[in-house]
Design a protein around this ligand. Structure first.
Ligand code: SF4
Length: 382
């Protein structure tokens, strides 16, 4: 089994690969290739400077074959289909991981001015290259969902949106899209993602539209981080998020609500872990994700780099322990980023055990325990 130690290194350092399924821009923290490494479906940063590469169906560390099966995810067949109004389906939704259909229903954001946008986000950049359309209609999404299920066996769908100027912040349009998809594909679990709507009754509308789960992404509990890296979203007080999560758990149920918590923005790790503990206590899954700014982002221009693998591993381990103690697991989300897991190192088995195995078992083919990164993680897990 792939060690969690190695997963943290791959998630932060990235990989040299030309992958058929990848994304260079879009909402949120992006810039990745989608691969399967020893059964782990991962969205990893593409980096020509990485020591890791894929060759001959194996994962390599510099010139060493790590003995781990690794393959890029194949281009899905629905990418070559057209919607009935003539739009290539790959412009309407994308495959994430091996079985997740993901779309941004409105590819623009009221917060996209350079002084307001989340600095790691590039939601409008793919419009400039005609890689997507500004607004996906409910009918188009229903067609894509049907094609992706029938041709490629997609198992769940994620719909996100740029933030709208209206008080629902785009949630009502998400509800229309979800209703169309759930009518066309009744068994397909759907997660919707939006900012906290000011009228929380909208959350019931989203549930009735067929959403199985919801992501309301705070990104960070650290006010200094929020002001620096997500100045527009930081204008929404944290208290609004707590109110929205509480209502969302009431509407969607325990472990059917999630939020991104980004690692690597200079946050206080204690605040992150304490916030995660409070979220878990109320039934919300804290999806811990390393920030890895895509090349077209302001954050990349600012020189923001991914966090160290040691730091990511230690924070992920602490949150993973809290999740395990609460009996909360990602599969319970049914749909969404936490259920997918490709962008995170959460959900892995025990990091500390992985370090011990990498030291003690000759069968565990992974980064050598004497490697400086491995030693660093052992120290940080202490
Ligand atoms: S975790 Fe979310 S953003 Fe990442 S690949 Fe999966 S669905 Fe896409």
């Amino acid at each position: 089994m792939l060690s969690d130690l190695l997963r943290a290194e791959l998630a932060t350092e990235g990989i040299r690969v030309a992958a058929p399924v990848s994304r260079e821009g879009g909402a949120g923290p992006t810039g990745d290739a989608h691969v399967v490494i020893d059964g782990w479906t991962a969205a990893l940063p593409v980096s020509m400077e990485s020591r890791f590469s894929l060759k001959d169906g194996k994962l390599w560390l510099e010139n060493e074959d790590l003995g781990v099966n690794a393959t890029p995810i194949a281009r899905p067949r629905f990418y070559d289909e057209l919607s009935s109004d003539g739009i290539p389906m790959h412009k309407l939704a994308r495959l994430h991981g091996a079985g997740v259909l993901a779309t941004t229903v409105v590819q623009s954001c009221v917060r996209y001015s350079p002084d307001q946008r989340c600095r790691y986000c590039s939601i409008e950049e793919s419009l400039a290259t005609s890689g997507t359309t500004r607004v996906k209609t409910p009918a188009q999404l229903a067609e894509v969902a049907r094609a992706a299920v029938e041709l490629d066996g997609v198992r769940q769908m994620v719909m996100t949106t740029g933030t709208a100027a209206s008080s629902d912040r785009g949630a009502r349009y998400l509800a229309r899209c979800a209703a169309a998809v759930s009518t066309a594909q009744p068994g397909l679990p759907i997660q919707l993602q939006c900012e906290p709507p000011s009228d929380l009754a909208v959350l019931s509308t989203l549930r009735r539209a067929g959403a199985a789960s919801i992501g309301i992404h705070v990104e960070s509990f650290d006010d200094a981080v929020r002001s620096r890296w997500l100045p527009g979203k930081a204008q929404v007080p944290i208290e609004e998020y707590w109110r929205a999560w509480e209502k969302a758990v009431e509407v969607f149920g325990w472990n059917r609500v999630s939020t991104y918590l980004l690692v690597g923005l200079g946050e206080d790790p204690e605040a992150l872990v304490q916030g995660a503990a409070r979220l878990i206590e109320m039934g919300v899954y804290p999806f811990v994700v390393p920030v890895r700014p895509g090349k077209n982002t302001l954050a990349a221009k600012d020189g923001l780099r991914p966090p160290s693998s040691q730091y990511l591993a230690s924070v992920s381990l602490r949150v993973q322990h809290l999740l395990e103690a609460a009996g909360m697991d990602a599969a319970g989300q049914s749909a969404g980023c936490a259920a997918c897991g490709a962008c995170s190192t959460l959900g892995a088995s025990e990091l500390r055990a992985a370090v011990a195995v990498s030291v003690g078992s000759p069968k565990q083919k992974t980064t050598p325990a004497s490697h400086p990164l491995a030693l660093g993680i052992q120290r940080s897990l202490g």
